[in-house]
Write a protein that binds this ligand. Sequence first.
Ligand code: MSP
Length: 508
Amino acid sequence: MARFYITTPIYYVNDVPHIGHAYTTITADALARWHRLIGDEVFFLTGTDEHGLKVQRAAEAAGLTPLEHADLTSARFREAWRLLDISNDDFIRTTEERHTTSVQALMQAAYDNGWIEKGAYEGWYCVSCEAYYGEGDLLDDHRCPIHKRPVEWFKEDNYFFKLSAFEQPLLEWFESHPGMIHPTSRRNEAIGLVRQGLEDISISRSSITWGVPVPWDPKHVFYVWYDALINYATAVGYGSDRDRFDAWWPVVHHMMGKDILRFHAVYWPALLMAAGETPPAHEYIHGFLLVAGEKMSKTAFNQIAPKDLVPEFGVDGYRYHFLRDQPFGPDGEFSYEGMVARYNADLANNLGNLLSRVATVVAKQCHGVGPAPSPASKLAAIAEAVVADATAAWARVAPNEALEATWRLVRETNAALEAAQPWKMEPGPALDAVMGDALEVLRIVAVLSSPALTRASEEIWRRIGMAESVGPLDAQRLPDAAVWGGYPGAVRVDKGEALFPRLKASRA
Ligand code: MSP
């Protein structure tokens, strides 16, 4: 059995969860669910990033201690992920003791190996990015290129990580691990960043106290980004359970937006090398979800939260839209009308209609009992091709293509029903063959769509009588579960209400 370790970035607690954070988390969740479905042992990690100046200042402004503040704001992410049926196995907070232990152990190893030394630093700092910028990276008036807000001049004593020594090792690593960074355009970008030349970087702060203390000099705390990156190691036992760490590392799959490529593709592998550990095996980088052409941000007042959309679209409608309509990689524009259109076309019309037609005919003309499929059905070959396409698409992190393939099967089956007109047929073997095939498709579609449609897939499974006759959907494993002929027949089909009532675009 293969292991599949997948992570999302740990989100800053001073942000309110929005559809951009949710995009990464849902994509990681769908991949985790797909890998459970193919029988992998999965460990899916998400969490919150709770140290640093930004959080310290936000807490001060709210009249709370940083931890009190983080307790409240971290909970918002857990709530958002519950709302969206996120199946994470762990939720890490960087304020947890296990994380302090792990950060200190990893940094101590890099220090003992001679890669960290003391120095003084001054430079332009963006508190929103928690990062120093060179003069040349800034917009005019000394504004941050990401947040477009003024940066601040910082001067402090701190420890430096000798990143410059890792230019060659990193380039060699990228060369010998061509599949590490996906897509290739982002891999090229990472190589470009290293080729431009790497400067040693400051990894501790003596001007703030809200962080993990440097073990060999506790007047300093680690720079929040270095603390944060180590979460991925902490959660699988770094610093406390070496066997567990070795079981999951380095074959990890880090998923993230393009804004944090430099930290993950340059700083993180170099730090791991410095500590004598292996860089992460996979990094999947996606683009930004834009609202009216802009990245969402608190300062632009253009944030949309999952809870603004779930009441109208349901969890399934929400998840399906982002997985199906935002290809993994490029930037994408969020469109409410697009979301309604997708819901109506694929969920209400195609899948919802298929289920309701089948259940209606079975109720009226088959005494409510679903017949078995025919082995020689034309739909069997289509199903087989669709399963292969969906499997290949998930393997290359293309959920939109996996779902598109699955809906090909739904559309072909609707077309087959329109051609056969079972609602006009007399009860008998010919009708049974048509209905058995359609039920078999619904069974396969429930399995294939389950990483996206967490609830509707279960409901289809139940209504077509699979839960009662064969067992729970989450016990199904591919490839067996999608082999044509799995629908047993002679099982009760429950007609039920419309699974996806049609929506009208109600908002501008
Ligand atoms: N705390 C750091 C990450 C540390 S990981 C060791 C951080 N946090 S964040 O809250 O700003 O989250 C950034 C991530 O959220 C992005 O990389 C991306 O995964 C997701 N997104 C935030 N806004 C987004 C969009 N508008 N569109 C798509 N993804 C977005 O950076």
